[in-house]
Design a protein around this ligand. Structure first.
Ligand SMILES: [Zn+2]
Length: 220
């Protein structure tokens, strides 16, 4: 990453902090160009399971608005931190912008519910927030004001987030690789992002007749 010529100077220039402030001008959860993926490590965000991790250098380089930082994303869902400002949200001030109400059975049928507890019955209406943890109301309003693509997104529907929820880790298979490209060991399941699913008090008896909504969830 650091420059080949005049390395120290180039490096210093690269690492100059952006004038954009993390958590104010740029969502806290957004990934920056100076935060490359560095591999698979046991990660405290998932209780020490192997997870894909990224360098932690928010505010350096350029913000990648369409991409969430893997570790900060997991922190937001695990700790109910607002993805916009990075501070904890309290019950009663948790709002979701683009979550979808979906009966559990439909989520299962469309393969979006691997790991969903059997105790959650098929007719239970869930609020699938995808990878986006709930925001403070004030942060919802600020993001709608400042984010052009959210303003025009027909899926935006600000709703309170339920008091109960479940977390579904999104997994990929990864194997240690030699430089030759050959596998150096058995593949393991590795956590990438955490999917957050609110559990509402409603049920939908006719869930079997529902069609899956088109899934094209915007980030941030
Ligand atoms: Zn906030």
């Amino acid at each position: 990453m650091s420059g080949m010529r005049g390395g120290a100077v180039t490096g210093a220039w690269l690492m100059e902090k952006s004038r954009l402030e993390v958590g104010v001008d740029v969502p806290w959860v957004t990934s920056w160009t100076e935060e490359p993926v560095i591999g698979v490590r046991p990660c405290p965000t998932v209780g020490g399971r192997p997870a894909l991790v990224q360098k932690d250098a928010a505010g350096f380089g350029r913000p990648q608005y369409s991409q969430n930082h893997l570790v900060r994303q997991r922190q937001t869902v695990r700790g109910m931190l607002c993805p916009m400002c990075g501070r904890p949200t309290d019950a009663g001030d948790r709002w979701t912008q683009v979550a979808r109400r979906t009966p559990a059975g439909l989520l299962r049928r469309t393969g979006k519910a691997a790991g969903l507890s059997r105790e959650i019955e098929d007719r239970r209406v869930l609020l699938d927030a995808g990878s986006i943890a709930p925001l403070h109301k004030a942060c919802v309003e600020r993001s709608l004001q400042h984010c052009p693509h959210l303003r025009t997104d027909p899926n935006v529907n600000v709703m309170p987030f339920p008091a109960r929820w479940t977390i579904l880790p999104l997994l990929i298979e990864a194997a240690p690789m030699l430089e030759t490209g050959a596998m150096a060991g058995a593949a393991v399941l590795v956590v990438t992002f955490l999917q957050l699913v609110g559990i509402t008090d409603s049920t939908d008896r006719d869930w079997r007749f529902r069609k899956a909504p088109p899934r094209d969830q915007p980030a941030g």
